[in-house]
Design a protein around this ligand. Structure first.
Ligand code: SF4
Length: 328
């Protein structure tokens, strides 16, 4: 089993399947876009499948596929098909911006994909253009409605951005009155290609919750698993729920069960470290499954207690890389 030096069991892999994306969200990358890596530097789906299988033999039973935008990668659906044969995985989840998912919804239902997290940071087309720098609000909102009607479990990811969408927090919670889905408010992080941006206000967990409490009475906290990233709530008599992820204030580290692998094979023990080992190169040098397992077991032993220590241990100054290089 993968257990770190603090006794935390590592059961959840966040795997970025590409560094390519069709949107340009301001909290993730610069407007001019990014220098993507050469295709040969990306993990192949075969390598991803092998890494996932080896990790699942060490107790990893939940995987989240991220990017960039996963559906931008050609044959992503065939990779999902491959993964669905790994019977050690209890959950296969996907985070997407929704721009390309619509034709694939029936197949995703067939493959028993557990959770779809759709990034939709605003309910306004003008804001969508400002935040994501692409004019795709109506298409994305249509996908939201299609996913609501599907058998897939839908979560809406909303990055709370000072000066951009904080006045829509109440509108998003209002959506859960008649719609059965979860809206998840995520603290903005400095993974945007240039580091912490100047923010008029710090919209952290406490401020986001206060904003909701100012507008709704009878909000009940919902019990979640210890390792859950979101603190969950429900307004009385509402069909849906809302959650808040203290991703930057990092009050969730004590029970962290997560590791990450980037699209180029960099292994991360924590979102805030700068990567501890490149699995891709190790595999391409001919490493056996046994050698891979030993590597994972030894590397996880070095997982830092929390994201603040991970950030402090960085050789480069502070966090500034773009989230598309990590996968969220
Ligand atoms: S900051 Fe690091 S240790 Fe904390 S919850 Fe996130 S990944 Fe885990």
């Amino acid at each position: 089993m993968l257990v770190d030096s603090f006794g935390r069991k590592i059961t959840y892999l966040r795997l970025a399947v590409t560094d390519r994306c069709n949107l340009r969200c301001q909290y993730c990358m610069p407007a001019e876009g990014i220098k993507i890596v050469e295709r040969k530097d990306l993990l192949t789906f075969k390598e991803m499948y092998r890494i996932t299988r080896v990790l699942s033999e060490l107790g990893v039973n939940k995987i989240r596929l991220t990017g960039g935008e996963p559906f931008v990668r050609k044959d992503f659906i065939s990779f999902l098909d491959m993964l669905s044969f790994n019977d050690k995985l209890d959950e296969i989840n996907i985070t997407t911006n929704g721009a390309l998912i619509a034709p694939h919804i029936p197949k995703l239902e067939q493959l028993n994909i557990k959770n779809i997290n759709l990034s939709l940071d605003t309910l306004r087309a003008d804001r969508f253009l400002k935040i994501k720098r692409r004019n795709l609000f109506h298409e994305t909102y249509k996908v939201f409605e299609n996913l609501l009607e599907s058998s897939l479990n839908l979560k809406l990811n909303v990055v709370v951005q000072s000066g951009f969408n904080t006045d829509e927090i109440v509108d998003f919670v209002s959506l859960t009155k008649d719609k059965n889905f979860e809206v998840r408010f995520i603290e903005e992080m400095p993974f945007n290609g240039s580091g912490q941006r100047d923010m008029q206000e710090n919209w952290d967990f406490t401020k986001i919750l206060a904003e909701v409490q100012n507008s709704f009475e009878n909000i009940n906290a919902i019990a979640t698993k210890k390792s859950a990233t979101a603190k969950k709530f429900q307004v009385k008599n509402f069909k849906g729920t809302f959650g808040i992820i203290p991703a930057f204030t990092r009050t969730i580290c004590n029970d962290c069960n997560r590791i990450r692998i980037t699209a180029t094979g960099m292994f991360k023990n924590c979102l805030f470290d700068e990567g501890v080992f490149n699995i891709r190169d190790f595999i391409r040098q001919g490493a056996s499954d046994e050698q891979l397992k030993n590597l994972f077991i030894n590397t996880v032993q070095k997982k830092p207690k929390n994201g603040f220590i991970a950030e402090a241990n960085r050789l480069s100054n502070g966090v500034s890389e773009s989230m598309w290089t990590i996968g969220g």
